[in-house]
Design a protein around this ligand. Structure first.
Ligand code: SF4
Ligand code: SF4
Length: 90
């Protein structure tokens, strides 16, 4: 069963958002040593899971990341690796 997360009281029924993080079998892991802060991963992520911190540095928020791998595929530096959930980066 798909998990629905209540987000905001919009309209009669309210607005519900799928918790897409439950779809994830692999998760993206960013190597900050390789990242050149180009922002392409943020542009390509379909669920806005790439964020910027107070230092304007990019990071991955896992709340809604669905593990699609687009960010890893598009990163020109190869700075994002997809790893199995529950496994450490090698
Ligand atoms: S696409 Fe790659 S190099 Fe560019 S900000 Fe994202 S992780 Fe860093
Ligand atoms: S794996 Fe997909 S959903 Fe997750 S941060 Fe990358 S592009 Fe976004």
């Amino acid at each position: 069963m798909r998990e629905l997360k209540f987000k905001a009281p919009v309209g009669k029924e309210g607005l519900y958002v799928l918790n897409t993080s439950t779809w994830r079998s692999k998760r993206p892991v960013m190597d900050k040593e390789k990242c050149v802060e180009c922002g392409l991963c943020l542009v390509y992520c379909p669920v806005f899971s790439i964020k910027r911190d107070e230092n304007k540095s990019y990071y991955i928020c896992y709340d809604f990341c669905k593990g699609c791998g687009l960010c890893a595929r598009e990163c020109p530096q190869g700075a994002i690796a997809m790893v199995m959930e529950g496994e450490d980066v090698k």
